[in-house]
Write a protein that binds this ligand. Structure first.
Ligand code: NAD
Ligand code: UDP
Length: 362
């Protein structure tokens, strides 16, 4: 089966390309590389030993999208391509509404025109708004606090309405919780540009000494230790969730939470990272971040019941794999710049015993 993966060079998309290829699907990637590099697809190829067909296009461009649909006999689309930084979406609402909604419309229009009936959409737990966790798929969605969240809720509604008037269509809305970690090869992972917003990339930046300390946003929430609770899921598990969806498609609209059903606090994640990797992560408690929920975690039992999918990897795996990837990136950057390690960097050297490194350049 030929699957068009939009945003396939990105963090979740690249891991999903690996999972799809390992499961026997052929992958065609469409990505404009606005937040990724083509090199990532080379790494995917190195992991799976299979070709990825790649089109560097913007998926809001109707003509470019149709070129792909006319060239390939597609069996389905997984639509990852999107802008995802919550705070940036508040500053640039139009860019977010345009990119994230027009892309969904252009792709579904092409699906209608070319008779492609399977559409899987990357939504987010953010659509639950201020509902009370654990979040269940049947909950009425509440307004989100930012344009990014709105683009997800609106895209969900657009796809639901289109499926209603297209018999035989299968639309799957996947609400991701907090993907972290990386492929165990260390070849692909998360590469946020600039200072990261999310917790795990922030932790790895602090661990490698690039940032002084982590700021923990609030310790006065009504939670186990006062810090925010999230449902961290290994990106490999998340990727495998997409394969489970394609293997178990049914007509109509289906919604699934992809999470672990386990809430983890900020301090628990920091401690697990420190123990798993033998590295200190200095932090300070600061004020709450505006718009943050105290608790956000899934009831992921529907995906288990209907798709036979559950997350298999634990928090230690997530922390080890995230750090392995970051370590490999450091090594690579050093090789590229041919510079010596900074003397002021007191972090442990990469390649330490419990952390195998797979260097793609060898
Ligand atoms: P990412 O930024 O790593 O990947 C997105 C990819 O889409 C990038 O490669 C980018 O270059 C590409 N892209 C963006 N706009 C495009 C366009 N108009 N045309 C072509 N390519 C375009 O992000 P990710 O973390 O892999 O997220 C993938 C999807 O999952 C996004 O839709 C995101 O909103 C959603 N999601 C992510 C998270 C998360 O925490 N990472 C959580 C919930 C939902
Ligand atoms: N967080 C934090 N410091 C940071 C980044 C995040 O304390 O530098 C907290 C944040 O308040 C939340 C949790 O970590 O409780 C997860 O935040 P992230 O941005 O990764 O995910 P989201 O809040 O979007 O689910």
């Amino acid at each position: 089966m030929n699957i068009l993966v939009t945003g396939g060079a990105g963090y979740i998309g690249s891991h999903t390309c690996v999972a799809l290829q390992e499961a026997g699907y052929s992958v065609i990637v469409a990505d404009n590389l606005c937040n990724s590099k083509a090199e990532t697809l080379e790494q995917v190829k190195q992991i799976t030993n299979k070709e990825v067909t790649f089109y560097q296009i913007d998926v809001t461009d109707e003509v470019a999208v149709e070129t792909i649909f006319s060239k390939h006999q597609l069996d389905g689309v997984i639509h990852f391509a999107g802008l995802k930084a919550v705070s940036e979406s508040v500053e640039k609402p139009l860019a977010y509404y345009y990119n994230n909604i027009v892309s969904t419309m252009v792709l579904s229009k092409a699906c209608q025109k070319y008779g492609v009936k399977r559409f899987v959409f990357s939504s987010s737990a953010t659509v639950y708004g201020e509902n009370k966790a654990p979040f269940v798929e049947t909950m009425t969605l509440l307004p989100t606090t930012n344009p990014y969240g709105e683009t997800k809720a609106i895209s969900e509604r657009i796809l639901t309405d289109i499926a209603k008037v297209n018999p035989g269509w299968s639309v799957t809305l996947l609400r991701y919780f907090n993907p972290v970690g990386a492929h165990e090869s260390g070849l692909i992972g998360e590469t946020p540009s600039g200072i990261p917003n999310n917790l795990m990339p922030y932790i790895t930046q602090v661990a490698k000494g690039k940032l002084d300390k982590l700021r923990v946003f609030g310790n006065d929430y009504p939670t186990v230790d006062g810090t925010g609770i999230r449902d961290y899921i290994h990106v490999r598990d998340l990727a495998e969730g997409h394969v489970a969806v394609l293997d178990n498609l049914t007509d109509g609209v289906n919604i699934y939470n992809l999470g672990t059903s386990q809430g983890i606090s900020v301090l628990q994640l920091i401690r697990t990272f420190e123990e798993a990797n033998g590295i200190d992560v200095p932090y300070e408690i600061v004020a709450r971040r505006p718009g943050d929920l105290a608790e956000c975690y899934a009831d992921a039992s529907k995906a288990e019941r209907e798709l036979g999918w559950t997350a298999k990897r634990n928090l230690v795996d997530m922390c080890r794999d995230a750090w392995r990837f970051e370590s490999r990136m450091m090594l690579k950057r050093r090789k590229n710049s041919d510079s010596k390690p900074s003397k002021s960097n007191t972090r442990p050297e990469i390649g330490k015993e419990n952390m195998p490194l797979y260097d793609c350049e060898e």
